[in-house]
Write a protein that binds this ligand. Structure first.
Ligand code: CA
Length: 222
């Protein structure tokens, strides 16, 4: 999951970005409304955490412009303002959810999972492909009744594949999901994670299509 963090408070921005990255999410951080506009216009994110009180351009304006472009990227408005009018304005401008500072990281993560689920049109929280299951909430992965322990990055790769069973996901798409701007990226990182995943899960459920990418599910014919 790739998240754009829009926050002008350096302390909050830094600690949130680190916390999200520790969870295996790719988190990019911009500090004002104009930079948010530019990032949202040029790149695809799975969710946006949007502060309302921002320099250059307020969060509400950023949100309205995003929706006016027809962009449905889930947005969680994150702000210190707790006035009812602000909440209503945020939701009316097209926010998917609302968090008032200070908030617990666990609550933010739960809300991120919820907007991701809603966007994918899923009601069940657990992803399943054959006997392989992945629970984004508890971070548990199992093959049948056998629990499998994964690193945060391995989990993120597997989740990206399991959200669209059978669909081929390219190396670049996986890299986008895993890494924020400025994060060091080894050129063979995805291959290494795939190798580890196959070692842990067995090699019958994860497949490589040479030159195209990877998918999870039954092997395609031909
Ligand atoms: Ca602010």
């Amino acid at each position: 999951m790739r998240v754009l963090l829009v926050e002008d408070d350096t302390m909050i921005g830094e600690s949130l970005r680190e916390a999200l990255r520790r969870q295996g999410l790719a988190a990019d951080w911009v500090r004002d409304g104009r930079a948010a506009d530019a990032a949202l216009a040029s790149e695809r994110f799975d969710a946006v955490l949007l502060d309302l009180g921002l320099p250059q351009r307020g969060g509400l304006e950023v949100l309205k412009a995003l929706r006016a472009r027809g962009d449905l990227t889930p947005v969680i408005v994150v702000t210190a303002r707790d006035a009812l009018a602000d909440k209503v304005a945020g939701l009316d401008a097209g926010a998917d959810d609302y968090l008032v500072k200070p908030f617990e990281l666990d609550e933010l993560l739960a809300r991120l999972r919820a907007v991701e689920r809603r966007r994918a049109g899923r009601t069940s929280t657990v992803l399943a492909v054959a006997d392989l299951t992945l629970d984004p909430a508890t971070r548990e992965v199992a093959r049948g009744s056998r629990a499998v322990l994964l690193s945060a990055r391995e989990f993120a790769v597997l989740q990206a594949l399991m959200e669209r069973p059978g669909a081929i996901v390219s190396r670049a798409q996986l890299e986008d999901r895993l890494y924020g701007w400025g994060e060091e990226l080894e050129s063979n990182a995805i291959s290494v994670y795939m190798h580890q995943l196959r070692r842990k899960l067995g090699d019958d459920v994860l497949h490589t299509v040479r030159g195209l990418g990877y998918y999870v599910g039954p092997a395609k014919q031909g």
